[in-house]
Ligand binder design. Structure first.
Ligand code: LMR
Length: 394
């Protein structure tokens, strides 16, 4: 049996992580995988997480199973963080999942289970693991236009034109904020148009929100999700705590399914719990418990929000500094989009050859589609990157 396995292509992001680790050059710069780094290149454990871990060590008396949906307090705290009071709580089903990827996977499985014919529409481009999981699950998928390579902004007309073709019952996967990999985001009036288009076609939105608090602020980054969820009859949402709580390896996510009416919620809740049981039984609890403690304790929450805001401001400063340095070196405004983009990533618009030149000649690692992780930069590396970008002819 095992000899019949077929070698799969390496995940682009994870392969790059490995190549970076193996590069012996001490000048190397990692702008690959989406992990936040401070000015010293460290990915810190956030203060509130450390404090909650200490408290948890004192008060936790059992490691017995929770429930299939995870601890309901976690679901409630996260629903509040993502959705606020935009949707009546009794319409929302939610289960804890192993990270945001787990929530995406469970969401896709739910779609396939209920309607194997449904096509999942993904943005071109999107996080490479979206199409990879869909392909693995043998689910029909299609792309809608999203990024305009010329302006490095959203190709909004193309997006709406493509979304108008979607069939009723198909699912449209949207990035709630901080689009990965491009960094180009919709404005709220544009979101309103997307919602109107989804309503016309009868498509179901599935929102991936993995970077809440990394773009324009915790509340601001949730505005689009809240708008969609409050105006559409049904919505799926995959939320991740990996980045905004800095608990990547704890695998902490939440899948939400919003039914049109409250009487649909129990069936959705039971179905999500059933899906968890089929795939891994009980979801991981450690990260979820820390998140719950932080969100429900005024002091911990205030400290977490303050540190998250520092992280966000740091990324904004790095964006501005890189755009300014590139403007100085190129004598043009053509890199101004870097300061406009939001979140951890920007797509630079370099060719694969230029990306390879940056790696080979300058030990600068970014994903092959020229996605760079802004948080991988610091004051010292910004001039080095800017010069290398110009030298590579981008
Ligand atoms: C990324 O896009 O770099 C992150 O979401 C990490 C991952 O799992 O790919």
């Amino acid at each position: 049996m095992l000899t019949d396995l077929i070698q799969q292509p390496a995940d682009k992001i994870l392969a790059l992580m490995q190549a970076y680790r193996e590069d012996p050059r001490d000048t190397k710069i990692d702008l690959g995988v989406g992990v936040y780094k401070d000015a010293t290149g460290n990915t810190p454990v956030m203060r509130a997480i450390k404090a909650a871990e200490k408290q948890l060590w004192e008060v936790e008396t059992t490691k017995a199973y929770t429930g299939l949906a995870g601890d309901p307090a976690y679901g409630n705290a996260m629903i509040d963080l993502v959705l606020g009071d935009s949707v009546a709580r009794d319409r929302i089903a939610a289960v804890a999942t192993p990270g945001g990827t787990g929530a995406i996977r469970q969401g896709f499985e739910l779609i396939k289970w209920v309607n194997p014919e449904a096509t999942v529409w993904i943005s071109a481009p999107t996080w490479p693991n979206h199409p990879s999981i869909l392909k693995f699950l043998k689910m029909p998928m299609a792309e809608y236009r999203y990024f305009d390579n010329e302006t490095r902004g959203v190709d909004f007309d193309g997006m709406i034109e493509d979304l108008s073709q979607v069939k009723a019952g198909d699912v449209v996967l949207l990035h709630g904020c901080c689009h990965n990999p491009t960094g180009a985001n919709l404005t709220l009036p544009q979101w309103a148009e997307v919602i109107a288009t989804l309503q016309e076609t009868g498509a179901i939105p599935f929102i991936d929100i993995a970077y809440q608090g990394f773009g324009d602020g915790l509340q601001e980054d949730a505005a689009a999700v809240r708008m969609v969820a409050s105006e559409m009859p049904e919505t799926l949402i995959a939320a991740s705590c990996s980045k905004n709580f800095g608990i990547y390896r704890e695998r902490t996510g939440l899948l939400m399914a919003i039914s049109e009416k409250a009487d649909g919620q129990p069936l959705a809740q039971g179905s999500l719990a059933f899906l968890n049981r089929q795939n891994y039984s009980f979801p991981p609890d450690h990260g979820a418990r820390l998140v719950t403690m932080i969100l429900s304790d005024d002091a911990l929450r205030a400290d977490w929000e303050a540190e998250l805001e520092e992280v966000r401001q740091n990324m904004l400063s790095l964006r501005t500094a890189l755009a300014t340095e590139l403007q100085r070196l190129s004598g043009s405004d053509r890199f101004g989009f870097l300061a406009q983009h939001r979140g951890m990533f920007s797509r630079l618009g370099a060719t694969p050859e230029q990306v390879e030149t940056l790696r080979r000649d300058h030990a600068i690692y970014m994903v092959g589609d020229s996605r760079l992780n802004i948080a991988g930069l610091n004051e010292k590396t910004i001039p080095i990157l800017a010069k290398a970008i110009i030298d590579a002819g981008v």
